[in-house]
Design a protein around this ligand. Structure first.
Ligand SMILES: *Cc1c(COP(=O)(O)O)cnc(C)c1O
Length: 430
């Protein structure tokens, strides 16, 4: 497909990055289950290794099936390039890797996926990096947390475990003024509901495991670059602006301009960290993305109905869904998330921890799993599972207190889902 900025989302989700297979004419993107690619001659090989020519060398770096997915996601997000990797968590490390060094920190929202809180508060310390967690609605606190060693601000658009949506524009303005990039995890919103780059984000990360694949088959991640950040402006990002010793002195920003981050992600990140997406996973995710907008519309419609039903039920303490008029974030949704507030939310059951456990056990259509963004409806009691490693204060700050369950509303019949919740709530609160 030729580049056509005039194509709509529904067209791009099927066609962007793909063309009939040049060898066979196959219309669907083949799974290139292949490791290495023959060089035309020794000069061609040298040009590829010098990054003077773009092509395929070895599938730890680039693979034809994965390349289609990269271009598809970059297009849907409105970025200039993307790097896919083996999981969402890999994408987060890959996003931070070119920016950080020992002694550097990232200012991160308190409202994040539980695994991200653990990755940022514990594991990245082994690299000499650290995270400072702040309430991203308190813009003064965000400003105050940024110091001379801060290299990024990190948030989720629609935040896990639910009910919160971020004012991306406000955070982007703060990051901009500090000369650092804003990284937005857009997993729960997907580019159909929110395109963070349009609101000022520099980088977008995804767990493609979730809505982009949409069927619970493979794990994957992706980093999309807006191409808009000036990596050479203030000397804070030497991996991109200075000669790279791990690449015979190449200056990525000077050489590749807006594609510097993407090239660095492949030539250094995937080459040396090796968190590569496999072609089979890319294939499943490409199939999923073809129906992204259709699924997201149904996810949102169902979530809206079910959240309203729960809110009106007297066995429920409260529902945190930003699509409800009662949500403090309802206006923000109208402004920045026009197609809806996603399908992820939490609700508190009267009866607390014990009632939540009974509810989860009694549901029949909803599956009790540590996942989200599946076609199937899912439920989890965060405090005893995904957010178990967090302190009680961190659990509350993340919206995952002991009396709360999180649902990821699927695309089944809304009436069936409501009936299932109704019977399980009867048992949980009897
Ligand atoms: C699942 C998830 C991740 C981690 O992704 P994996 O693919 O499981 O590594 C990160 N952020 C969000 C918002 C997620 O939902």
């Amino acid at each position: 497909m030729s580049d056509g900025p005039t194509y709509g989302f529904d067209t791009l989700q099927i066609h962007a990055g793909a063309r009939p297979d040049p060898a066979t004419g196959a219309r669907q993107t083949p799974i290139y289950q292949t490791t290495a690619y023959v060089f035309r001659d020794a000069d061609h090989a040298a040009a590829l290794f010098n990054l003077q020519e773009v092509g395929f060398i070895y599938s730890r770096l680039t693979n034809p099936t994965v390349a289609v997915l990269q271009e598809r996601i970059a297009t849907l997000e409105g970025g200039v390039g993307a790097v896919c990797c083996s999981s969402g968590h890999a994408a987060q490390i890959m996003a931070l890797f070119p920016l950080m060094g020992p002694g550097c920190n990232v200012v991160a929202s308190t409202r994040l996926y539980g695994g991200t809180v653990t990755q940022f508060s514990q594991t990245i310390k082994r690299f000499g990096w650290s995270a400072k967690f702040v309430d991203t609605d308190d813009l003064d606190a965000v400003n105050a947390a940024i110091d001379e060693n801060t290299r990024a601000v990190f948030c989720e658009s629609i935040a896990n475990p639910g009910g919160y949506v971020t004012d991306i524009r406000a955070l982007a303005d703060i990051a901009d003024a500090a000369g650092i990039p804003l990284i937005v995890d857009n997993t729960s919103a997907t580019p159909y509901l929110c395109r963070p780059i349009e609101h000022g984000a520099t980088l977008v990360v995804h767990s493609t495991t979730k809505y982009l694949t949409g069927n619970g088959t493979v794990t994957g991640g992706c980093i999309v670059d807006s191409g808009k950040f000036d990596w050479s402006a203030n000397g804070k990002f030497p991996s991109l602006s200075e000669p790279e010793s791990a690449y015979h002195g190449l200056k990525f920003h000077e050489t590749f301009g807006p594609l510097a981050f993407t090239f660095h992600g492949i030539a250094i990140g995937l080459r040396d960290l090796g968190m590569t997406m496999n072609p089979q996973a890319a294939h499943y995710t490409l199939l999923g993305i073809e129906t992204l907008s259709l699924r997201m519309d149904r996810h949102v419609e169902n979530a809206q109905k079910i959240a309203a039903w729960l809110e009106a039920d007297d066995r429920i303490e409260y529902v945190t869904y930003a699509g409800l008029p009662s949500s403090p974030y309802h206006d923000r949704v109208q402004a920045q998330y026009k197609k809806g507030a996603g399908a992820l939310f939490t609700f508190a059951v009267k009866g607390g921890y014990d009632a939540c456990i009974k509810l989860v056990n009694a549901l029949e259509i909803f599956s009790h799993v540590a996942n989200l963004g599946d076609a199937r409806s899912l439920i989890i009691h965060s405090a005893s599972t995904t957010h178990r490693q967090l302190t009680p204060e961190q659990q509350e700050a993340a919206g995952a207190g002991p009396g709360v369950v999180r649902v990821s509303i699927g695309i089944e019949d809304a009436d069936d889902l409501i009936a299932d919740l109704d019977q399980a709530l009867a048992k949980a609160t009897a």
